[in-house]
Ligand binder design. Structure first.
Ligand code: FE
Ligand code: FE
Ligand code: ZN
Length: 276
């Protein structure tokens, strides 16, 4: 069995997200730690967060997978953008300790002209500046589609970031099925080959979470346009094989499909039905 859930809005607070996910029938969820495009944070009420912590324990949730802001770019050519990104990362990780022992996922970044090698260095430097041995959060690098100057569209690039990290037990990977497919890994006809490759280059023990999406585009398109499960080029059969693969046991799967609440609920139920 995997843990399944979707992205939720933090507007009504933390406990509300837990309750909403229970009503959807899910067992994990994701939320943006701040406005995904603007970067602003919402103030946190400690009692509210505590209620979520109690609830997720009581109801046997899997690890939660918070998502960093899209505006956070740790390897931008602009120094100010990098500085802001580092500040966001630092604050986000401090706040994550209010919901201890969960995951914080983010897009490694876009080098915007600096080159991949320099970008990788800058991302690792920022992570090394904020990761602390006493942290309970595991930070996850997301596999990317490779649009523009995005870093992280190959397992090698992710590995090159990770090998530079001092506290290696604080870092892992979030496998986005749409992105991985778009970046050129054929998870439809070659799932085992892709996973073997992941294992060789990164190590499957570092695969901590999955963003579970279909894709509007062909393998290798580098487009990054998510689709509802079964309505895209990956297709329901291949997605089911991924979810039911033995290495995915107990991993949180987060839907980032273009859906309203009802659509998410239906997808959560579909996934759960595979395991019955
Ligand atoms: Fe993402
Ligand atoms: Fe994603
Ligand atoms: Zn995406």
């Amino acid at each position: 069995m995997i843990y399944i859930g979707c992205h939720l809005s933090v507007t009504n607070g933390y406990e509300a997200m837990g309750r909403t996910m229970l009503s959807f029938g899910g067992s994990t969820f994701a939320w943006f730690t701040r406005n995904p495009r603007g970067g602003k944070t919402k103030s946190i009420i400690p009692e509210d967060v505590e209620k979520l912590n109690v609830l997720i324990k009581e109801k046997d949730f899997g690890p939660l997978v918070a998502h960093g802001s899209y505006t956070m770019n740790l390897c931008s050519a602009k120094e100010e953008t990098r500085r802001n990104g580092l500040e966001m990362l630092k604050q986000d990780l401090e706040r994550m300790e209010l919901v201890p022992h969960n995951y914080y996922n983010f897009h490694p970044g876009s080098h915007t002209g600096l080159g991949t090698e320099k970008g990788i260095e800058l991302i690792a430097d920022s992570l090394n500046a904020v990761l602390k041995p006493e942290m309970t959060t595991t930070v996850l690098l997301e596999t990317m589609a490779g649009k523009g100057s995005e870093i992280g569209s190959s397992f090698e690039e992710l590995q090159q970031i990770m090998e530079r990290i001092t506290y290696k037990d604080k870092i892992g990977v979030c496998f986005d099925t749409c992105h991985t497919w778009d970046s050129g890994y054929d998870i439809v006809s070659g799932l085992d080959e892709v996973l073997t490759r992941f294992d060789k280059i990164i190590g499957l023990e570092r695969l901590k979470a999955v963003h579970f999406n279909d894709s509007k585009n062909e393998c290798g398109s580098h487009k990054d346009r998510h689709e509802k499960l079964g309505q895209g080029k990956i297709g329901l059969e291949a997605l089911q094989r991924i979810a039911m693969h033995p290495i995915m046991e107990n991993i949180p799967f987060i839907l980032e499909t273009p859906n309203d609440d009802e659509g998410y609920m239906a997808e959560i139920h579909t996934v759960i039905s595979w395991f019955r």
